[in-house]
Design a protein around this ligand. Structure first.
Ligand code: ADP
Ligand code: ASP
Ligand code: MG
Length: 405
């Protein structure tokens, strides 16, 4: 007998037939003698539709109320699955986030899980119940409903698995596993049987939305084995686990892209101590994450400074920098939303030189211009024009020998 958490994403619960498919899978796992906790997303498209509605009633919807609205997507699916399982004569119960004691901070829309009261869930499991919990939601100390950021159901599932010390956290989605690149844009991508937490962290942080980054952080911290697999097949997927010695050590093991990027340039900035702090402090104070930064030195003690921010924060960041430019005497601020970040990752890169040069040559051969570059021990990222992002992924995938036969 094992203790298993199964999370089903939006496409896996997109309509009644698919929820029935989930009910069949869950009941089968239960019948095999396991204790099962199910975590569900909202039906695909529902969270987007709710956000759209909120934007129709207010210019900048109140964040607390937006979370009250967004949690309804997941509330719908858990209730439907519980009803279905009960109709099939299983003892099932849905517990909303606060009922499952999923405690978060009060950062509405992007809350972090602070703790999970595993006692209630365990009691119900001991009573042979199938426990169904909505992903993406929790509540803060004052009982306000909160959400965990887009894709947050993955994090709910792994955090619950950690709290109840589950033997396995299965994440069911619409692809067969973690691939060397997004299989929906790179047909030659290969499914990985296993991937280390560190490589998965890197891929998630660079835009592979197949697992929300915080879920991987939880998995690594609490040693939760994660099995990412398809809800539409019985094939084994990808195990996300601790790195071990018999793992394949490719120099480059994955290619990722993110279109959630925008670029801002301050032209002719005085080249003096303290200027960079003046440019970046107000952006940080506004809670905006700056990713890449480059500075080009010009003649006459002037520099150009370029950086990237998430597309969703672009307008706010541009507004802030226009004000800053006036204060520090920069000549102009220009921005560009049509950019994307393409990255190659791999732990094998640590001991290899020449990866960057190969990446740049491969992009040059396709006439793809590189605007910004950043590197870490196990990653190289380039910002390119958005329209070339998918081509760049395919070109790099081939260049680094990742294409399947
Ligand atoms: P869910 O709704 O089940 O949470 P998501 O849409 O959030 O599913 O994540 C699954 C999607 O992630 C896939 O459909 C795929 O397009 C995308 N994806 C991006 N990069 C990868 C990758 N390297 N491997 C697998 N899927 C990826
Ligand atoms: N429904 C939420 C979203 O669309 C959470 C999730 O599906 O993981 O982002
Ligand atoms: Mg997801």
């Amino acid at each position: 007998m094992s203790l298993i958490v199964q999370k089903y994403g939006g496409t896996s619960v997109a309509d009644i037939d698919r929820i029935r498919n989930v009910a069949m899978r869950v009941s089968k796992t239960f019948d095999e003698g396991n204790k099962v906790v199910v975590v569900l997303s909202a039906m695909s498209g529902v969270t987007d539709a709710l956000i759209k509605m909120a934007n129709q009633v207010a210019y900048a919807p109140d964040k607390r109320e937006l979370d009250v609205l967004l949690t309804t997507g997941e509330q719908t699916t858990v209730a439907l699955l519980a009803m279905m399982l009960k109709g099939m004569n299983y003892s099932a119960i849905s517990l909303l986030g606060y009922q499952a004691e999923i405690l978060t901070d009060s950062d509405f829309g992007n809350a972090r899980i602070a703790g999970i009261g595993a006692r209630r869930i365990k009691e119900l499991l001991d009573e042979k119940m199938i426990v169904i919990i909505p992903g993406f939601q929790g509540s803060d100390q004052n009982g306000n409903l909160t959400t965990l950021g887009r894709g947050g159901s993955d994090t709910s599932a792994v955090a619950i698995a950690a709290a109840i010390k589950a033997d396995m956290c299965e994440i069911y989605t619409d692809v067969d596993g973690v691939f060397t690149a997004d299989p929906n844009i790179c047909k030659k991508a290969r499914k990985l049987d296993r991937i280390s937490y560190d490589e998965m962290l890197e891929m998630s942080s660079l835009g592979a939305k197949v697992l929300q980054i915080r879920s991987v952080e939880f998995a690594k911290k609490y040693d939760v084995p994660v099995h990412l697999r398809s809800s539409f097949s019985l094939e084994e997927g990808t195990m996300v686990v601790n790195e071990n010695s018999d793992m394949e050590r490719l120099v480059v093991s994955g290619v990722t892209h993110s279109k959630n990027e925008a670029r801002i340039t301050l032209k002719k900035v005085p080249d003096q101590p303290g200027i960079a702090a003046k440019i970046f402090t107000p952006v940080a104070d506004a809670g905006i994450l700056v990713d890449m930064i480059i500075q080009n030195t010009r003649a006459e003690g002037m520099t150009d400074l370029t950086f990237t921010v998430p597309k969703s924060d672009y307008k706010k960041a541009l507004e802030i920098e226009k004000k800053v430019a006036g204060e520090i005497g920069a000549e102009a601020v220009i921005g560009d939303e049509n950019v994307a970040k393409v990255s190659v990752t791999g732990v094998g890169m640590k001991n290899h030189s020449g990866v960057a040069a190969r990446m740049f040559s491969a992009l040059a051969k396709e006439n793809i211009n590189i605007m910004l570059i950043s590197t870490s021990e196990i990653r190289i990222s380039c910002v390119v024009e958005e329209k070339y992002a998918e081509l760049a992924v395919r070109v790099l995938h081939t260049e680094f020998g990742l294409d399947k036969e």
